[in-house]
Ligand binder design. Structure first.
Ligand code: PDD
Length: 280
């Protein structure tokens, strides 16, 4: 069980990972009928924990799963204690599915959700120094991308498309507008102005995305929540990705276009990376 977490929290019980089993009739397995959340603990505290828990609550509500989150912080602590990660830098994965029931598309009644979480050690670099190469693809996902759902086939396929070309990410384009990437949000900079897609049904409203927008205000950098035209990506001065474990990662190359040569990183991207580091 190398690279797996040691302990798994499953429906209130903390068990060894190899013993953590769910039914083949779990709707998460059959339909991808569930939502998830990922956050990181840094220096003994979950970074923007409340924002992550609020998004979890939002997603549960969006898909009509009734699940009580009032004791979740205690339960996370209990898991971290057993997993011996209480004060360690780690990544926490949480997932809630609509539970186990005979397979029908319609929601079952009186079925308790399945709640699973695990934590694994994860030390993030102070600043993500990668200068990523990314590719692009039409956004073939559905139109409720604001829900952090476990049905990630579109994202997984897009990520594989990038990996097959030795690239870090695939940036999506929908109706001529850049939306986000397979597991990150995407930002562009033109003439000192930062652009990112508005938080609507076409993107996940990343917590890191929201932090970056706050940092722009703090640093007096103009930021506009507007999706840029796909045809204009090569005219941008800088581009970067954001995400909980990606943090802020500069984009060096998009398809065949280079924003920078060598190790260069744009000045706005660097300012935001530095300011982000100071939040931790
Ligand atoms: N991915 N967009 C998509 C499609 C994502 O899957 C993610 C996060 C983000 C960035 O969100 P945040 O800043 O809140 O991490 C944007 C996570 C981490 C994952 O699937 O593992």
């Amino acid at each position: 069980m190398n690279n797996y977490p040691t302990k798994v929290y499953l429906n209130g019980t903390i068990i060894d990972a190899e013993s953590a089993k769910i039914s083949v009739f779990d709707r998460g397995f059959l339909f991808g009928d569930g939502i998830y959340e990922v956050m990181v603990q840094i220096n003994g505290h979950f970074f923007y924990e409340q924002a992550h828990l609020d998004r979890l609550a939002y997603c549960l509500k969006e898909i009509d799963i009734v699940f009580d989150l009032s004791t979740i912080q205690q339960e996370i602590k209990r898991l971290l204690e057993v997993a011996k990660l209480l004060s360690e830098d780690c990544l926490l994965y949480m997932q809630v599915t609509r539970g186990t029931a005979p397979r029908t598309h319609s929601y079952p009644t009186n079925t308790p959700p399945t709640f699973m979480m695990y934590a694994v050690p994860k030390v993030l670099p102070e600043i993500n120094m990668i200068n990523a190469a990314v590719v692009t693809s039409p956004d073939y996902r559905w139109t409720k991308c604001d829900i952090k759902m476990t049905s990630l086939l579109g994202n997984v396929m897009a990520n594989e498309f990038a990996m097959n070309q030795q690239c870090f990410e695939t940036v999506f384009e929908r109706d001529g507008i850049v939306t986000e990437a397979s597991h990150c949000n995407v930002f562009f900079v033109k003439d000192q102005v930062v652009y990112t897609h508005p938080a609507n049904q076409f993107i996940l409203n990343g917590i890191t995305r929201q932090i970056v927008l706050e940092l722009c205000i703090k640093l007096n950098i103009e930021a506009v929540e507007k999706g840029i035209q796909f045809s204009e990506i090569t005219e941008m001065d800088e581009a970067f990705l954001t995400g909980t474990s990606t943090q802020i990662a500069s984009i060096q190359q998009i398809d065949k276009h280079f924003y920078y040569q060598g190790n260069a990183i744009g000045s706005i991207t660097r300012k935001l990376q530095q300011a982000y580091l100071e939040l931790k």
